[in-house]
Write a protein that binds this ligand. Sequence first.
Ligand SMILES: Nc1ncnc2c1ncn2[C@@H]1O[C@H](COP(=O)(O)OP(=O)(O)OP(=O)(O)O)[C@@H](O)[C@H]1O
Length: 370
Amino acid sequence: MQSFKISKLQVTNFRNLQPDIIEFNSGINCILGENGNGKTNILEALHVLSTRKSFRKNTAFPQFLGIDCEQPEIIFSSVFLDEHSNKMSLSAKMDAKTTHWFVDGQPMKRKLDIKLVFINPFDSYAFHNTSSFRRQWMDQHISQIDSNYKKCLSRYNSSLRFRNSLLSKKPAKYLEQIRAIDLELARYSCILTNTRLKFLSEIESFCTQTFKEIFSEEHLLKITLDSRVIGASEDDIYQMLQERLPKDEIVGHTTYCVHKDDYVLLFDGLNSFEYCSLGQQKMSYLSLLFAYIELFRYNFNSFPMVLIDDVSGELDKNRWQKLINYLERSSFQVLITTANEKFKEELETIHGANKIYVQAGSITNMPNSR
Ligand SMILES: Nc1ncnc2c1ncn2[C@@H]1O[C@H](COP(=O)(O)OP(=O)(O)OP(=O)(O)O)[C@@H](O)[C@H]1O
């Protein structure tokens, strides 16, 4: 798998950002500025360019387009470097109807697979509190390293949507159609469950080690899958779907299959949501993410880009320093933002880090004079 690092980025008409050329180094890039100046917008622009999607929910062109723009189009221009430091220019022209992508000036035929990991201030809270977030987190991260999982998940989801529409509309002969769909659902459920279990066992070996490496504390960190179909065969799952069908017909949707499965993060054997302080939850979540990055490296001998949107909350100064020391020791490219004055002071001490100051959407090399 090819890995890329961002070297230069320029966006025109994207949110509040001015079309300044933003330069990045291949190590730590600190994006600093006061609230509401455009730090997260820089991460978002890079996310859209790399994955074609925002990390903000329900956002697309109408939200991206700068409010005062004269032209209703957004232009992204960027230079990425591959692992051999070869340059690749990636640009995009986006309007309300479509987006045209170009690599090295030529229209792009296939989507580029630029891998990245994004962390925002609310993720730890959401991960601990919301099962749908946990599922989505796992699906997204497993899909990034396993294309077969991504394909099976997409097929499972479209079969499930079709099953649910049959259950709610009940057209003629819908039960026959559901029987055929259940064979598909059972097949994909087996693949998804086995891949989830494999992923959890692989990441487990990195979690505890990463926690210790970042925060110098020994805690056993583990994630378990909470599922009713672990160890079940395709036939077992098919039977289970058929047995639940009368109930599904009454409520008009599929009441259980692997889309309802959940994950539990265990901290020294205890559910971290129930037993850990907010700081410990944040440390566990960050360790999980960095364990994922280690697993990624183990599998592909390369790193994703790491975008960290202000994670200083809930952590004390000692933990900030440890996190910074870990980032300094790491070999991946990281873009980290903060508006927190104290954390900013810590980031500013990083030797060799690229500091990008953002003020009202403009990029400067100098700290804000206010
Ligand atoms: N479509 C848009 N056009 C112009 N400005 C926008 C648009 N969407 C958002 N903004 C502005 O962008 C700014 C938010 O930027 P961003 O979220 O990057 O801030 P930030 O520097 O990360 O702040 P914080 O430290 O508070 O998280 C706000 O001032 C907001 O009004």
